[in-house]
Design a protein around this ligand. Structure first.
Ligand code: ARG
Length: 287
């Protein structure tokens, strides 16, 4: 009787200890069998693959090639940063509409989608250190008389719904303006302008320039306006996911410092990233 009780006690203790060890190892990495893994030993874990959501209709930052693969500047940056941080990632095309919810609900671990860091978004998401500087840019037909942002006050303007382009034009025209035409993607807004459905499109400079250059038949030109605030892109995680955020920031800093980022940048934008920008090495940027 006494023996059974002692054995029972020992078994119970072992179970409790095993539970504690498992708990200490965290939820993400399944622990190796407890008996062979003392606390200090490296835990052999099946690598987690982090799911990255991206609205792949935003060349040259994120788009789908002929094979259906998701490619672009953002993709290369995240791949390189992940590799540097020692984590695995895979990309899933995710409509812009609902993209922020997808990370809040846990369907996506990370978002890279030329997302401008804004105070409003920071209330529900955490952002990496900025990795790219951007600004709004206006696209109009080549023969248009529109010369500046203020000229768009009473005109039909196409934007991608819920973007910073949407924000600036909504602010200019008022939130009930019937002349702000909101599209699911930026290319759809630009297409609409070809047929004269809108007089202008306001979107991120990199995407507008890319579209205008690659679609000469559309006969568009761009108009810069100094009234646009400067924006910075960040990689987003669910609010409070400090562990993953730290890894991404570590990866980003690593690729900025070792020249990988500059190489990717040059590949897409032709010139080396300027010093003192979101594209500059972390060490230089913090000075
Ligand atoms: N930078 C803009 C914003 O954050 C537009 C981003 C749109 N990105 C995309 N992949 N569609 O609102």
């Amino acid at each position: 009787m006494a023996t059974i009780t002692t054995r029972h006690f020992l078994q119970t203790t072992a179970l409790v200890l095993a539970g504690l060890v498992l708990a200490a190892c965290g939820k993400k990495e399944p622990a190796a069998p407890v008996a062979t893994a003392p606390a200090a030993a490296p835990v052999v874990a099946v690598a987690k693959v982090y799911v990255v959501g991206t609205d792949a209709a935003y060349a040259p930052f994120e788009s789908q090639n002929e094979k259906g693969e998701i490619v672009g500047f953002d993709i290369d940056v995240v791949k390189a940063a992940a590799q540097k941080a020692g984590i695995e990632v895979k990309f899933l095309n995710t409509p812009w509409e609902g993209i922020f919810n997808s990370v809040a609900q846990g369907d996506r671990d990370l978002l890279v989608s030329s997302i401008t860091i804004t105070p409003e978004r920071q209330q529900t998401l955490d952002f990496s250190t900025p990795y790219f500087d951007a600004q709004q840019l206006i696209a109009v037909k080549s023969d248009s008389k529109i010369a500046k942002f203020d000229d768009l006050k009473k005109l039909k303007v196409g934007v991608q719904n819920g973007t910073t382009g949407d924000e600036v034009i909504t602010k200019l025209q008022g939130k009930d303006s019937p002349n702000v035409k909101r599209f699911e993607t930026t290319p759809l807004a630009l297409k609409e302008m070809e047929g004269g459905g809108v007089d202008a499109v306001v979107a991120d400079n990199g995407v507008v320039v890319h579209y205008v250059n690659n679609n000469p038949a559309s006969k568009f030109k761009t108009i810069a306006d100094t009234s646009f605030a400067s924006e910075q892109y960040g990689i987003a995680v669910k609010k409070g996911n400090t562990e993953l955020l730290a890894k991404i920031n570590q990866g980003l800093a690593g690729i900025k410092d070792d020249g990988t980022y500059a190489k990717i940048y040059a590949q897409y934008f032709g010139a080396a990233p300027a010093a003192g920008t979101a594209s500059a090495p972390a060490a230089a940027a913090s000075k």
